[in-house]
Ligand binder design. Structure first.
Ligand code: FES
Length: 130
């Protein structure tokens, strides 16, 4: 199975009015929860969790992106730092088992459908080099 990478902004706020709780950002809280859900689902070796320091979507926390070679790239925005990990983890499972990342819209978790900001095509593998 192709390695999937889940990028997650570790600096995203909990909300517009709340940057952190107990010294932990919303993004870090989401990362901690995602780590647990991915482990519980047995996906820790299939989905690589990659924290990033800002994905330039700061006004719409939390931000994550799911990508893999030869597959669509999903950019999700406004994922709840407290409630979003379960749905994102479920979507990771669907994505990882899909050969091209085209998880049918109707099968995606509701919150993932609502949070989908962008879907990008796979990078060409036969692009000419300069
Ligand atoms: S702080 Fe998360 S996108 Fe900028």
């Amino acid at each position: 199975m192709t390695q999937t990478t889940l990028f997650v902004c570790s600096l995203c706020r909990f909300s517009k009015d709340e940057a952190s709780r107990d010294g932990i950002s919303g993004g870090q809280h989401l990362i901690n929860q995602l780590h647990q859900f991915l482990t519980d689902s047995g996906l820790q070796d299939v989905v690589r969790l990659e924290p990033l320091r800002c994905m330039a979507g700061c006004s719409h926390p939390c931000n994550v992106s799911l990508a893999a070679p030869g597959k669509l790239t999903f950019v999700l925005s406004q994922i709840s730092p407290t409630e979003g990990a379960k749905a994102v983890s479920a979507f990771c499972q669907q994505y990882a088992t899909s050969p091209d990342g085209k998880v049918p819209y109707s099968e995606r978790p509701n919150s993932v459908r609502e949070a989908t900001a962008f879907v990008l095509p796979p990078l060409p593998t036969d692009a000419p080099t300069r």
